[in-house]
Design a protein around this ligand. Structure first.
Ligand SMILES: C[S@@+](CC[C@H](N)C(=O)[O-])C[C@H]1O[C@@H](n2cnc3c(N)ncnc32)[C@H](O)[C@@H]1O
Length: 270
């Protein structure tokens, strides 16, 4: 029985992996990184020749703006974990793709193992994966240019429909749209910021409500990461690192999901 439900779950996850990025979305994001791509060998390791990523990079190649683009379709649709694919990964200068969400942890651990510059699409929730969260916290990886609101629409196979997915771009390539310090207009004294029952911090429901005059620890929604300016704030950890019971934060007896804990850097004036 357990085996069957595990099979069903795997099948469902695999089914959810089959959606394709629209050319306009690839172009909008990737155009911000053109200097990083110049004269480079780009590997799209979850793509076939007809993917929008491969089309975009073939365009750049035909203009002499990148050296080459490789894709797993070129290896007969190989698994990104197979030896031939790993050989290409090692040779590539950069990895750019939309990997299967069900294998995202594994995908990223490979990209990070080989220390590759990358630009990828992932589910918003992936930023709370421990390994990735630690890298975001220490400013080694960060979100891409595209705003998070509204998710992204992807092409569904064998249909002319698109489907909205809470997807974001994640990268370790610098770009011109990294967040500047937030202008904080709320005051602690005039807001309503309850303390957690199970953590020594105040709860804040919206990034826009972070008070300018509070220097203690604050729990904020995970979407704070989109606005995170490391010069202004320090990320301390996930909710489970901070609560006395190792679970989500509790406010007035109610569990509050998906919080991260932050503190203002005291040497900033914002
Ligand atoms: C979210 S889709 C994105 C496809 C394409 N990169 C795009 O953006 O249009 C993820 C793709 O990864 C492929 N895939 C699934 N498992 C894979 C694996 N182990 N190695 C390489 N590709 C895989 C799926 O077939 C699927 O086409």
């Amino acid at each position: 029985m357990a085996n069957n439900s595990a099979k069903l779950l795997r099948a469902r996850l695999a089914k959810n992996d089959e959606f394709y990025t629209q050319y306009a979305d690839v172009e909008f994001e990737c155009d911000h990184y053109r200097p990083h791509f110049f004269n480079k060998q780009i590997y799209c390791n979850c793509d076939t020749g007809d993917s929008a990523f491969v089309k975009y990079f073939n365009n750049l190649k035909s203009q002499g703006l990148i050296r080459d683009v490789w894709h797993t379709g070129g290896l007969g649709g190989a698994d990104f974990r197979c030896p031939q694919s790993i050989e290409l990964l090692k040779k590539a200068d950069l990895v750019v793709t939309n990997p299967p969400f069900s294998l995202f942890r594994e995908f990223m651990s490979l990209v990070l193992k080989y220390n590759k510059p990358f630009l990828v699409i992932c589910n918003k929730n992936a930023i709370a994966y421990r390994e990735l969260f630690e890298l975001i916290k220490t400013n080694k990886i960060w979100p891409g240019v595209r705003r998070w609101a509204g998710g992204m629409r992807f092409i569904v196979p064998d249909s002319d429909q698109t489907r909205e997915v809470p997807a974001i771009w994640l990268t370790n390539l610098d770009h011109a749209c990294r967040p500047k310090p937030l202008h904080l207009s709320c005051r602690y004294t005039s807001g309503s910021f309850p303390r957690y029952d199970n953590a020594g911090a105040i709860n804040i429901d919206k990034t826009a409500s972070i008070p300018c005059d509070y220097d203690g620890i604050m729990g904020v929604p995970i979407t704070f990461i989109e606005k995170y300016c490391p010069a202004q704030f320090e990320i301390l950890g996930l909710d489970k690192d901070f609560t006395t019971d190792g679970g989500a934060g509790i406010v007035n007896g109610h569990r509050i999901y998906s919080r991260i804990f932050i503190r203002k850097r005291l040497d900033t004036t914002t």
